[in-house]
Design a protein around this ligand. Structure first.
Ligand SMILES: Nc1ncnc2c1ncn2[C@@H]1O[C@H](COP(=O)(O)OP(=O)(O)OP(=O)(O)O)[C@@H](O)[C@H]1O
Length: 264
């Protein structure tokens, strides 16, 4: 199995804040990772490193066989699909759903005068349908529900047929039905052998889709544990990371966690 991303001794410092420390991590082809950890643990920062959107202060980062610092990141980034709230904030509310998705082919947000190959247009339509959004192609992004927007963002992330898919808190802010629809879509991706290597950041174990193979737990910029999901998402490891006695359970591939003692 070949490595899609390799990080060795990675640190990120901003001013006097050490955000990530000594991160060693490898993501291989076919793996589906979930990254969990308390607020401020450094999850988004680590995802930005994987997205080639941030250079580390220390250490070596190799993404898709390219060494960060020695590659033109503008050539590398189209090979990486990203869905994040930072990107979502840049999508114009008046943009039609089909254009939000197809414009990823030119790596632009907000369609202008670019022309698109009929194959791009067809791929965008297929992805929109695959995300359960058929019929909404002409709707503007700003009129969609939060759950529909998240699925449009994932369709956009998949538009360039990326080799690495990064999803930062895709279920944040969704109601129960929206979360379950999203988990169903993500489960489809994570169980698809042809899907790209995937890293998904989440705050809640209930949002972990079927098919996740590996987990990384981050706390205060350090890796607490990383490896096969069953060995990492355990009560002792998550209790340590969150500083709270937690009981972690899994049932039919879905996960949940709750406090196992007095919280306050
Ligand atoms: N440019 C910056 N300068 C200083 N500190 C920063 C900067 N960017 C992030 N941080 C700090 O780094 C820490 C990690 O931030 P990050 O957003 O990566 O964490 P996170 O695990 O994604 O958090 P959350 O779960 O709350 O989204 C936070 O304490 C944040 O305030």
């Amino acid at each position: 199995m070949s490595a899609v991303a390799q990080l060795a001794g990675v640190g990120v410092r901003r001013g006097s804040t050490q955000i990530l420390t000594d991160v060693d991590w490898e993501v291989d082809e076919g793996q589906r990772w979930v990254m969990v950890g308390p607020n401020g643990a450094g999850k988004t920062t680590l995802l930005q490193i994987l997205a080639a959107q941030m250079h580390p202060t220390e250490g070596l980062v190799e993404i898709l066989d390219e060494i960060i610092g020695a590659v033109d990141v503008f050539e590398l980034r189209p090979r990486i699909g990203v869905a994040s709230s930072a990107l979502a904030h840049r999508i114009p509310p008046h943009e039609a759903v089909r254009d939000v998705v197809v414009s990823a082919a030119w790596a632009v947000v907000g369609r202008w005068r670019e022309s698109y190959d009929p194959m791009d247009v067809q791929r965008a339509a297929e992805l929109i349908a695959r995300m359960g959004l058929a019929g909404l192609e002409d709707r503007t992004y700003g009129t969609l529900s939060e759950g529909e927007r998240k699925r449009v963002e994932i369709a956009r992330a998949l538009m360039t047929d990326p080799e690495l898919l990064l999803l930062d808190e895709p279920a944040a802010g969704l109601d129960l039905a929206g979360r379950e629809q999203l988990v169903s879509v993500l489960s489809g991706i994570c169980t698809d052998p042809d899907a790209p290597a995937t890293v998904l950041v989440t705050h809640h174990l209930e949002e972990i889709p079927l098919g996740v193979t590996h987990a990384l737990v981050l706390d205060e910029g350090h890796i607490v544990a990383a490896g096969p999901v069953d060995r990492v998402l355990t009560s002792p490891i998550l209790s340590q990371a969150f500083g709270l006695p937690l009981e972690v359970t899994s049932h039919n591939g879905r996960w949940s966690a709750q406090a196992s003692g007095k919280v306050l």
